[in-house]
Ligand binder design. Structure first.
Ligand SMILES: CC(C)(COP(=O)(O)OP(=O)(O)OC[C@H]1O[C@@H](n2cnc3c(N)ncnc32)[C@H](O)[C@@H]1OP(=O)(O)O)[C@@H](O)C(=O)NCCC(=O)NCCS
Length: 147
């Protein structure tokens, strides 16, 4: 498994969108390709690739300030879920963000995924709210410096 940053608009970005559509949008009847993704040009895209170069998982980080970032669009291919891929990707991304000075992370987590983020040290903050028709909770984590 290898983790790489994905360039907006690249062939790998096209595959990232396919994975996001398959894992995060199609199951709830939404279409990622109807969304305006232009703003994602300024965001950090990361992918976990298997030994054959297949994209297994992806996640996006958005810098909100020099020290704060928002995590979004975390998705693992259905046949690879529950095998440690999500942890592998997000922990590596956290180390990268920490090196860039982005130490305070937050996200809008689907309620069904809260346990995953808790396992990685995120804590809930505030009450439940609805996004894309699903219950969500804000979750936060303050990183410590990585070498
Ligand atoms: C949620 C998701 C990103 C987790 O990735 P994953 O590769 O399946 O998770 P991992 O195998 O790395 O699990 C890491 C830890 O989290 C736990 N975990 C994983 N998914 C969980 C869940 N939905 N609820 C509770 N705990 C969960 C695992 O038991 C594991 O715990 P451990 O390391 O202490 O044994 C992935 O399952 C996924 O893409 N789900 C569908 C889309 C989604 O919900 N995305 C998040 C939107 S906010």
């Amino acid at each position: 498994m290898i983790i790489r940053e994905i360039q907006f608009g690249s062939e790998e970005f096209r595959r990232e969108c396919e994975l996001r559509q398959r894992v995060l949008r199609a199951p709830i009847g939404l279409n990622l390709y109807e969304e305006n993704l232009d703003g994602e040009k300024e965001q950090f895209h990361f992918g976990l690739f298997d030994g054959q170069g297949k994209l297994v998982a992806c996640v996006i980080a958005v810098a909100l300030s020099p020290t704060r970032a928002k995590i979004r669009q975390m998705a693992v291919a259905p046949d690879q879920q529950g095998k440690g891929c999500g942890r592998l990707l997000l922990e590596s991304v956290e180390a990268t963000l920490a090196r860039r000075g982005l130490m305070n992370l937050s996200m809008h987590a689907r309620k069904t995924a809260v346990g995953f983020y808790q396992a990685l040290g995120y804590a809930t903050s505030g009450g439940e709210f609805t996004e894309v028709g699903l219950p969500h909770l804000t979750m936060e984590k303050c990183l410590t410096a990585h070498p």
